[in-house]
Design a binder for this molecule. Structure first.
Ligand code: FRU
Length: 478
């Protein structure tokens, strides 16, 4: 363990002891203390799932980036491990930025961005981002191998390498910014050390952003998916409402050929807080995605409690016949379930009906019959701060949060499914909610901040009636 890592570990121990747990997740991965952003290096290696993440151990705010580290047998019970990387080399002196992990024989390889300024850090002209390698045999201690790709001439923003194996080669996609155009660049290698520039894989058309962060490129159900997090897309109606987006293009690609996208950019998640998702494969071939369950520049009330940031649930993605992703909780999430509490099928008319008094950590499944509903709005409420409901006039499913004292207010929504049946799987943790609509047709994820006495869950129907066809919930536990 290097001096910088030992120091970070000590700091984390002290800070961990002082944490206020009121909003600390019961079943999501969050930093032991301090700050977390993007998931990094998601990988299965030697019998364990590993999740690394952007981490600042010394503060609840973003700062010189380290790689935090945890491992799990089942993607839901996580064990914290020592910080894996600290910004301590000339190539990453100002931060170990986002990146990915691959298994190379008996070695776990981390490929990440070294972030450094030459001179005054106030100006982008002095910014250099290079790609770096670190390797490990035990999956816990990493040896820094230094820079493997230098910043191309004229570029400054050049980060977030995602590596995969195809045939006899390694490929790497990396986000970049040229003027005000976001790009994804492609590289190829035989040995993870020497990389050949393969040009620009994709770049922003008009309005698609000035910088594409955290690209990921993979095969799914016969198509190629280019998933990335563009900065600088303008909001348009209900779309692109967050400061930055995360989404995907579907298309075709063969090594040596250009990527040919079909269709437009589609957002991954329609809640307030989902960014920088990264995917990985399970040993049985499922493609799983996890994202950062926050958004840049949003208030993060947990900062006053000694920590900030958490990751989403692991979500399996599949490609639908309509060329859109379907995102559902990974099957392992069901292992968190305690006893099942069924809810009676019922009609609600201008009334509310309690579900559970303290919904601190639960999964709630509800099926509404939209065909027979006359209510203008119906759905569920958690205390006074969160409602998830059908707005019959707008024909949308709305997630509305209302924590005015924390400066968090406003709603996000998706169109109602075409079917009569609205099936919702809703995961509530101490400070998050994730809603999966009709087997993953759409998804809404947001941070929430209920006070202890504000965790009663109820269902309601206003100005008319609504029918709950079936439902139930499971307390989720460790
Ligand atoms: C995305 C991002 C990445 C960068 C990292 C820095 O949220 O801005 O582009 O590598 O966070 O922490």
């Amino acid at each position: 363990m290097t001096f910088s890592i030992a120091k970070a570990e000590q700091e984390l121990q002290t800070r961990r002891a002082a944490l206020n747990p009121r909003w600390y997740p019961r079943y999501h991965l969050a930093p032991r203390a301090g700050w977390m952003n993007d998931p990094n290096g998601l990988v299965w290696f030697d019998g364990w799932y590993h999740a690394f993440y952007q981490h600042h151990p010394y503060s609840t705010k973003w700062g010189p980036m380290h790689w935090g580290h945890a491992r799990s047998q089942d993607l839901v019970h996580w064990e914290h491990l020592p910080v894996a990387l600290a910004p301590e080399g000339p190539e990453d002196k100002d931060g170990c930025f986002s990146g990915s992990a691959v298994v190379d024989g008996d070695t776990l390889a981390l490929i990440y961005t070294g972030h450094k300024f030459h001179g005054d850090p106030g100006s982008d002209d002095n910014l250099y981002q290079v790609q770096c390698l670190a390797t490990s045999r035990d999956g816990i201690h990493f040896e820094r191998q230094g820079q493997i790709i230098d910043t191309p001439a004229g570029l400054h923003h050049f980060r977030d390498p995602k590596v995969w194996r195809e045939g006899n080669d390694w490929y790497l996609v990396v986000g970049s910014r040229v003027g005000d155009t976001g790009q994804v660049r492609l590289y190829r290698s035989r040995d993870l050390r020497e990389w050949q520039d393969e040009g620009i894989l994709a770049e922003a058309q008009e309005g698609m952003g000035f910088m594409w962060e955290c690209p990921d490129f993979f095969m799914l159900d016969g198509k190629r998916v280019l998933m990335f997090s563009p900065q600088g897309m303008a909001a348009e109606g209900y779309r692109n409402r967050n400061l930055f987006q995360s989404g995907y293009l579907i298309g075709d690609w063969q090594p040596g050929q250009p990527f040919v996208p079909e269709g437009e950019f589609i957002e991954m998640d329609h809640g307030h807080d989902f960014y920088a998702p990264q995917s990985f494969l399970t040993p049985d071939g499922r493609r799983i995605v996890m994202g950062w369950l926050d958004m840049w520049e949003s208030p993060m009330p947990e900062q006053r409690d000694g920590w900030a940031g958490m990751l989403s649930l692991p979500r399996e993605i599949r490609l639908g016949a309509d060329n859109r992703l379907r995102m559902t909780p990974a099957e392992e999430v069901a292992t968190l379930r305690g006893s099942y509490y069924p809810l009676l099928a019922q009609h609600l008319k201008n009334q509310s009906s309690p579900i559970v008094g303290d919904a601190e950590a639960i999964e709630l499944d509800l099926v509404w019959d939209m065909n027979s509903a006359t209510a203008e709005s119906y759905g569920i409420a958690l205390g006074e701060g969160l409602r998830i409901y059908v707005d019959a006039q707008a024909q949308r499913l709305v997630l509305e949060r209302c924590y005015p004292q924390l400066l968090l207010e406003g709603s996000r929504s998706v169109p109602l499914p075409a079917a009569d049946r609205l099936a919702l799987r809703i995961f509530i943790d101490r400070s998050s909610v994730e809603v999966f609509v009709n087997e993953g047709e759409s998804c809404l994820s947001s941070r929430i901040y209920p006070q202890e006495a504000q965790r009663q869950l109820l269902m309601f129907a206003n100005n008319g009636d609504a029918t709950l066809s079936s439902g139930g919930y499971w307390p989720l536990d460790k």
